[in-house]
Design a protein around this ligand. Structure first.
Ligand code: HEM
Length: 231
């Protein structure tokens, strides 16, 4: 345990924690994006929206081996831990690099953070704000007065009737796209997966992943605002 703590206290350890928690989050984002495409499938044979049936399946999976919502809660706790570690390591690494730079560079401060690292910081804040809204929109329901528990498809379509919701969503997805691009690109470096023969593939892979996630997450709201997904 002491070794784990010592490792975490080192810069390399913090970068590794950031990379590992980031990989958990990349996986979640991809799986969540694919799952949400059920928004496009309309109603199933029982007349229930495919998206609602999917959300119910996620609540029920593993039952009776685990209690109702058991697997969902495990996933939530893992996600929460990954987000917490990711943010903590990011804040500590940024404080450390600022301290290492010292006061002598103060004059050059706007230049001393790279464009990518500034995007990562603000992108991270926008994504965190979006997740708070997203939970209040679809899980707990405080964001919209006419929230109906369990009716995900309906709650989603109703919320996107408001152009401000769409605008915020677009900003958040753009931030997520940049964040994923830079994150995927740099995780190879952090984990030492660095080979001259394959390095030229890093950029297209990062661009491809970020764009697939962007298009997949944007599709359902775009179809709502263009009137192709209705109640
Ligand atoms: C098409 C877009 C999206 C749809 C339709 C959607 C739908 C959903 C639904 C149905 C839930 C579960 C709600 C419940 O508790 O029953 C959920 C949870 C969640 N979503 Fe999304 N989502 C979308 C985009 C996103 C994006 C872009 C992110 C962030 C990267 C995100 C992050 C989360 C998180 C962290 C949770 C877990 C909250 C919880 O514990 O319930 N979602 N989403």
């Amino acid at each position: 345990m002491r070794r784990v703590v010592t490792l975490y206290q080192s810069t390399v350890g913090k970068k590794a924690m950031m990379a590992v928690s980031g990989i958990v989050l990349f996986g979640f984002v991809l799986a969540h994006m694919v799952g949400n495409l059920k928004m496009l499938f309309g109603r199933n044979e029982e007349g229930v929206y495919a998206m609602d049936a999917y959300a119910e399946f996620l609540r029920d999976v593993g039952y009776p081996l685990v209690p109702h919502e058991g697997v969902l809660w495990i996933a939530r706790l893992v996600l929460l831990a990954a987000v917490g570690i990711h943010i903590l390591a990011a804040v500590q690494l940024s404080q450390r690099s600022r301290a290492a730079r010292g006061a002598a560079y103060k004059k050059q401060q706007p230049l001393s953070f790279s464009y990518a690292s500034r995007t990562m910081r603000w992108g991270g804040v926008i994504i965190a704000l979006f997740i708070v809204y997203h939970i209040a929109h679809l899980t707990t329901g405080q964001a919209h007065a006419d929230f109906v528990k369990g009716e995900v498809y309906r709650n989603f379509v109703v919320a996107f009737q408001n152009p401000l919701v769409f605008a915020f969503y677009l900003v958040a997805q753009t931030a997520l796209c940049f964040h994923l691009f830079h994150g995927v690109w740099s995780v190879f470096q952090t984990l030492g997966a660095n080979h001259p023969r394959y390095n030229h593939l890093r950029r297209p892979f990062a661009v491809g992943y970020a764009l697939v996630v962007f298009v997949g997450f944007m599709l359902p709201p775009v179809l709502v605002v263009t009137g192709m997904l209705t109640l």
